[in-house]
Write a protein that binds this ligand. Sequence first.
Ligand SMILES: [Mg+2]
Length: 172
Amino acid sequence: MWNVVEKKITPDLMVDRISHISPELLTKWKLKGVILDVDNTLLSKKANVPDDDIFDWVESIRPMMNIVLLSNNIPSRIHRASMPLDLPYIGWTMKPFPWYFKKALRFLNLCPDEVGMIGDQLFTDILGAKWSGVGKTIYVRPMDLRYESCWTKCMRKLEKKVMLQWTTKSSL
Ligand SMILES: [Mg+2]
């Protein structure tokens, strides 16, 4: 059973920061669209404007990809965060459940395997994307662990355990 879950939370790539993802890789993977998480992926939970490198990264992929923001946070927060980047968004999405991933895919007007998901949580962003058939998943290390909800803090502990297991396995 755990093997099945583990498969669903194992991303194709792990990076320290979203701006470290090369646009060339996304094209090599033949992606035509990306679904981006917001909090702790694009900007920290208390920020409204992304850092310059992240702004530049979005600009570098914008000509090649359809982009939509997908967040469990309330729509007013996501609206504020989406404004400087001028990106469409779907808020209050109940990730990891697949309903809003499906909505995002319909919005992008792409097949699941043409789309990538980028986010900072294994049990919401990565699990939900894989559950919805999204083609590629990229885990980004969270930007700022302060201000997270009690629930997220618990899930982080579980994530930490899983990642420690991965490190141990890979060093064997
Ligand atoms: Mg997040």
